[in-house]
Design a protein. Structure first.
Length: 357
């Protein structure tokens, strides 16, 4: 009975150890995924080849060992018992975690890496609660006549990108979003076939009327409709009042954020990274274009206040734990990566907007 009772306790303790180990396994997996994403952003800044691994299986091998002892002793003293028996039972439990990573490669993955992110996915992300400014600044290269650092969707360019007017539009749309004057969804075409287009609806609220007017003027929208259909850049000629949108690919979004890496000065002097210049020859600070999205710093010593950090070329690269803007964009990028690289099924907005004037 002693053996059974003890083993029962051991099994119970083993279950507790497994439950206690799950959070640490989860944390370790999350850290590994974040480090991989940051490392590939740093690699792209240095024009090193990125490489992606997918966590396929995380398991724990359980080992239990039991030992028992039995001994006896006799006493020569008359007043003592004739003998005594001692026994003991012990058990040890261990769990060894095993992670299996699979390389993301092959034609299907490359196609998803290079394919433009669907406009429907961009609208669905904004509809789900993400800041419209953050979403379109990361994922949209051009909307209507406004360009958003299109040259930054590849290796670091030598000349400064064009982005200022788009950045103003993004902030205006965020103002409308916070005021409840901006909605996202789809519109159904009245043409035969009834195809649908993603769209934004701008409400003429008194407190943001000047912002609405500025957005319309900036986009060159001449119709009085409150609903603005969005058409993919590769699509047909947009109907009246619609806006043509060119989105980045997943690789383009990764390249864009790679420019936020601030390499150490010795690497800059050694020519390991491209230095971008303005038209007047002055160095261009990518923080001017990406400060609201991400900032990846570097240090020769391991940082103590990092949200995520990696080593590359003898230096540490990291995002600070209190840099909430960078952490938000990093989280958004992780979602887009999972959506685009992990599956070909795109998100779609859930709200149907009426085409009213």
């Amino acid at each position: 009975m002693l053996l059974c009772a003890t083993l029962s306790g051991c099994v119970s303790n083993a279950g507790m150890l497994i439950a206690q180990g799950l959070p640490s396994y989860n944390e370790s997996a999350a850290i590994a995924v974040n480090q991989q994403l940051l490392l590939n952003l740093v690699r792209l800044r240095y024009r090193d080849t990125p490489f992606f691994l997918e966590l396929g299986t995380l398991s724990a091998q359980q080992t239990t060992s039991v030992n028992a002892t039995l001994g006896g002793a006799a006493s020569a003293l008359p007043a003592a018992p004739a003998g005594s028996i001692t026994s003991g039972v012990g058990a040890t439990f261990s769990a060894t975690p095993t992670a299996i990573f699979t390389p993301l490669q092959g034609e299907a993955f490359v196609r998803r890496l290079l394919a433009p992110i669907p406009v429907t996915a961009v609208i669905a992300l904004a509809q789900s609660g993400w800041s419209i400014s953050r979403v379109i600044s990361l994922l949209v290269e051009q909307i209507g006549p406004l360009e958003n650092a299109a040259s930054a969707s590849g290796p670091t360019p030598e000349t400064a990108p064009v982005f200022e007017s788009f950045a103003t539009l993004a902030q205006d749309l965020r103002t409308l979003q916070l005021a409840g004057a901006l909605r996202f969804g789809v519109v159904v075409s009245t043409s035969p076939g009834g195809s649908s287009l993603p769209a934004i609806a701008v409400a003429d609220e008194p407190n943001v009327r000047d912002v609405v007017a500025r957005v319309r003027t900036t986009l060159g929208v001449t119709t009085g409709s409150a609903v603005l259909p969005l058409l993919s850049d590769a699509g047909l000629e947009p109907p009246e009042g619609a806006l043509r949108v060119r989105t980045r690919s997943l690789l383009g979004a990764l390249f864009l954020l790679s420019h936020s890496v601030r390499p150490p000065e010795p690497h800059v002097r050694a020519g390991l990274v491209t230095v971008t210049h303005r038209d007047n020859g002055a160095p261009f600070d990518w923080n001017d274009a990406l400060s609201d999205l991400m900032r990846i710093e570097s240090s020769s010593a391991e940082p103590a206040d990092a949200f995520v950090r990696v080593q590359h070329r003898g230096h540490w690269f990291f995002i600070r734990d209190n840099d909430l803007k960078s952490k938000s964009t990093f989280m958004l990028l992780s979602e887009v990566f999972s959506m685009q690289a992990g599956s070909s099924n795109a998100m779609a907005p859930a709200l149907t907007l009426p085409l009213s004037r």
